[in-house]
Design a binder for this molecule. Structure first.
Ligand SMILES: Nc1nc2c(ncn2[C@@H]2O[C@H](COP(=O)(O)OP(=O)(O)OP(=O)(O)O)[C@@H](O)[C@H]2O)c(=O)[nH]1
Ligand SMILES: [Mg+2]
Length: 438
């Protein structure tokens, strides 16, 4: 499977659909498109109506709008043709079979179009990760962060850090090469170099301290907990907008953890309903359910506690006291170390629900990237950590050779983020997560 193969794939969504776009990319893209259509190729980037035919039988398989993009200005950096036909399963299967019979033309592997764009210098890995996130974005917040990454916000910062480190490198080399000639004041250069290395290390550390992409991708973990019958499942259902959990007047209804992803105010949340917590004494299943509830509390970003303060177990995450069933009347104010105003909420009348959602959104501010900012993926974070560590080490060194070595290591780690330095294995891993046709 040489990279000079011409590849094709359905790039639009799964058929049946109103339209189905088959993309062909590679040195034989024009030839292949010509073989399965009737009239000559239109001018580049001009949309023209064409019939798609079987090259052997000349049977008409579909009708389409054909556009071709010459290599210099195409997305993949190769000649690319788009056949924008109908999203018919049978038509697409027939067209794909016809294309697949042409010599040196084959079905694309997952992410292969994007991989070619990367290899042809059309984009970098950070932008590609942004693109992948955009495709999978389900909430407004995810979309904004993905757009920032895809638009090159991180790539630009990496480029600036790299430039500064390269200039540091040049200064260190100058000391190394010309120190015996007496025209370089070694001490001054070395102090400047150490200062700049420390500054970049601090900037990388600040970047790493920002919220990562995990919560943006998986949702902020909100655990609803409290004593049995407090109204936890009813509250989960009200927030989720559907009857995800069973509700009943019987204390001990919920046994297992019920997780529901939901977008509130454009922010992704993963809500979890848990078994009511009370003194042991119930059956074995209830005991297991309570163990699970405790495990969820330990991993929660935010806990909605529907009981009194005195009943509250230790929670490491943010805590919000909720006075559920507020329609049934006020409740006595908590006393003691956990005294904290409880938000009155009724899942039945809707009272306090808007305030609860607003409080949840406010609590996510330190957990999610700021609107318009990107979030680092685990891969990007690891590389950036290595760059920071190398610089922290470098700033401690007095030997010029070791300083130069640290800066080189940091530069190499930063290059991994954009893919200037990367391995086949990293690319395979990254692109395997893409769909065919992307
Ligand atoms: N009036 C009123 N009743 C409510 C409200 N929320 C829940 N209830 C009722 O309280 C009872 C218990 O509700 P659930 O949501 O099952 O309570 P839970 O905390 O999940 O209970 P367990 O799963 O047993 O721990 C049900 O009969 C609900 O209809 C509310 O806001 N107002
Ligand atoms: Mg319940």
């Amino acid at each position: 499977m040489g990279s000079t193969d011409t590849i094709f794939a359905l790039s639009s969504g799964a058929p049946p659909a109103a339209i189905g776009v088959i993309r062909i990319s590679g040195p034989r893209a024009l030839e292949a498109a010509g073989a399965v259509t009737t009239a000559p190729m239109p001018e580049p980037r001009q949309a023209r109506f064409r019939r798609i035919v079987d090259p052997e039988t000349r049977e008409v398989l579909d009708e389409c709008v054909l556009v071709w993009f010459p290599a210099a200005a195409s997305e993949t950096g190769e000649d690319t043709v788009e056949l924008q036909g109908h999203g018919s399963r049978a038509a697409i299967r027939a067209i794909e079979a016809a294309l697949g019979r042409l010599p040196a033309v084959r079905l694309a592997e997952p992410g292969e179009f994007t991989r070619r764009a990367f290899l042809n210098g059309k984009t970098d890995l950070a932008k590609i990760e942004g693109l992948a996130d955009l495709i999978h974005a389900e909430t407004a917040q995810q979309r904004r962060a993905a757009m920032a990454m895809m638009g090159g916000a991180l790539s630009r910062k990496i480029a600036l850090w790299s430039q500064r480190l390269m200039s540091v490198s040049a200064r260190v080399e100058a000391v190394l090469n010309f120190s015996d000639e007496g025209d370089v004041d070694e001490a001054v250069v070395r102090a400047g170099v150490t200062g700049e290395i420390g500054t970049v290390a601090a900037e990388l550390a600040a970047e790493l301290a920002k919220p990562g992409a995990e919560r943006l991708r998986d949702g902020v973990r909100v655990v609803i907990a409290g004593p049995p019958n407090a109204g936890k499942s009813t509250l989960l259902n009200a927030l989720a907008g559907r009857d995800a959990a069973i509700v009943s007047p019987i204390a001990g209804t919920t046994r297992d953890v019920i997780e529901v992803p939901v977008a509130l105010g454009g922010v992704p949340f993963l809500l979890a309903d848990t078994a009511g917590l009370r003194e042991p004494g119930g059956d074995e299943i209830e005991a297991i359910g309570m163990d699970r509830a405790h495990a969820m509390l330990a991993a929660a970003d935010i806990v909605l506690w529907l009981g009194h303060g005195e009943e509250l177990p230790y929670v490491p995450g943010a805590l919000m006291m909720v006075h559920a069933k507020a329609d049934l009347g006020a409740r006595p104010v908590d006393s003691g170390p956990f005294a904290m105003a409880a938000l009155p909420v009724s899942a039945v009348t809707g009272e306090g629900m808007d305030a609860l959602v607003a409080a949840l959104l406010a609590a996510t501010e330190r957990l999610l990237p700021q609107p318009g900012d990107y979030a680092l993926s685990v891969r990007q974070r690891r590389a950036m950590e290595r760059a920071r560590d190398a610089l922290v080490e470098g700033a401690k060194q007095t030997d010029d050779i070791l300083i130069a070595e640290s800066v080189r290591a940091a530069l190499a780690a930063l290059d991994e983020i954009t893919g200037r330095a990367t391995t086949e294995a990293v690319l395979d891993e990254l692109f395997s997560g893409f769909c065919i046709g992307k």
